[in-house]
Write a protein that binds this ligand. Structure first.
Ligand code: SAM
Length: 293
């Protein structure tokens, strides 16, 4: 539910009894796409704001936290990622981060709603500046179906940068989808999914993701919390999983000596994010703590 009250955009989280507000200057755009209601606002202090179906997606000011954490932990956990697929992510922020890795050869962004990308080009040009990179490929369609139909054993990393698990994104938080993703990955493959708020969703959505990923055959699953001020509770997470290699080990030296600029991610942040809060350990009790890399 959203509200505009005396120059404030407010997203109300009715079930949690909380709300998040940004002071806005004006609405820059609103349309009903084939899939959702899309709004763009100019805020006082967070740059531009994108809202889908009343839910805050991103702002110019703080999206780097989410996009860097959706990308670099997974890519520095994989031994040598060459082919990467982003499911959702239509604002192109994750795509931009993936393309910073010089050894990645091919990236596909599978976004169901082309309007999200077209409006991001207009209102978040800084996120779209790598879209002309020859390694970047775009497909506008359903990610569930795309993963079902892609050649088996053809991908190194799958990044699920989706909306909340309702509407078109529901099928991206499902056992059948993880089974298809498992088949689509090559040996050493890694999957990473945006997994909502540790505070609100550990025993529901995050636990469900862990259980389903394990059932689909991913032996190692780990949730990495990180700050995201504009999302419910201001605390968000991504969940990494792999078939073979424990995801608590990553290429620390490569992360440390990375050849590109980041604003949040570094090897220390990655190590820190792997430290799981005790209440999450208690809930995700099936978590394996392997002793070898
Ligand atoms: N970081 C954001 C968040 O968690 O609020 C999500 C960013 S991105 C804008 C999410 C994108 O996922 C949306 O543009 C939406 O259209 C897309 N999406 C949702 N379901 C999808 C599906 N089944 N296949 C492909 N894209 C999907």
């Amino acid at each position: 539910m959203t509200d505009l009250n005396q120059g404030w955009f407010t997203e109300v989280f009715q079930d949690e009894g909380t709300a998040f507000s940004l002071k806005v200057k004006r609405k820059l755009h609103e349309e009903q796409t084939e899939y959702q209601t899309l709004e763009i606002w100019e805020t006082e202090s967070f740059g531009n704001l994108m809202v889908l179906d009343g839910c805050v997606m991103l702002t110019s000011r703080d999206n780097f936290l989410y996009h860097e954490m959706m990308t670099h932990p997974a890519l520095f956990t994989h031994r040598n990622p060459k082919k990467v697929v982003i499911i959702g992510g239509g604002d192109c922020g994750t795509l931009k981060e993936v393309l910073k890795h010089p050894d990645v050869e091919e990236v596909w962004q599978i976004e169901i709603d082309e309007r999200v990308t077209r409006l991001s080009e207009q209102y978040f040009p800084e996120l779209c500046e790598s879209n002309t990179d020859p390694r970047a490929n775009f497909f506008f369609g359903d990610g569930v179906q795309w993963i079902r139909e892609v050649a088996p054993g053809s991908l190194d990393v799958i990044i699920i940068d989706s909306t909340d698990p309702v509407g078109p994104a529901e099928g991206l938080f499902a056992l059948d989808f993880y089974r298809d993703a498992m088949l689509a990955l090559r040996e050493g493959g890694i999957i990473v999914q945006q997994s909502e708020s540790p505070l609100l969703h550990t025993s529901t959505i995050i636990k469900g993701i862990h259980d389903d990923m394990r059932q689909a055959g991913f032996r190692h699953v780990r949730t990495l919390p990180f700050p995201q001020p504009v999302y419910p509770t201001g605390w968000w997470s991504c969940t990494l999983a792999s078939k073979e290699k424990p995801v608590i080990y990553f290429r620390e030296e490569d992360a440390d000596k990375r050849s590109f600029v980041t604003r949040y991610y570094n090897a220390d942040i990655h190590r820190g994010a792997l430290a799981m809060p005790q209440f999450m350990v208690n809930v995700l009790e099936d978590e394996v703590f392997p002793d070898e890399g």
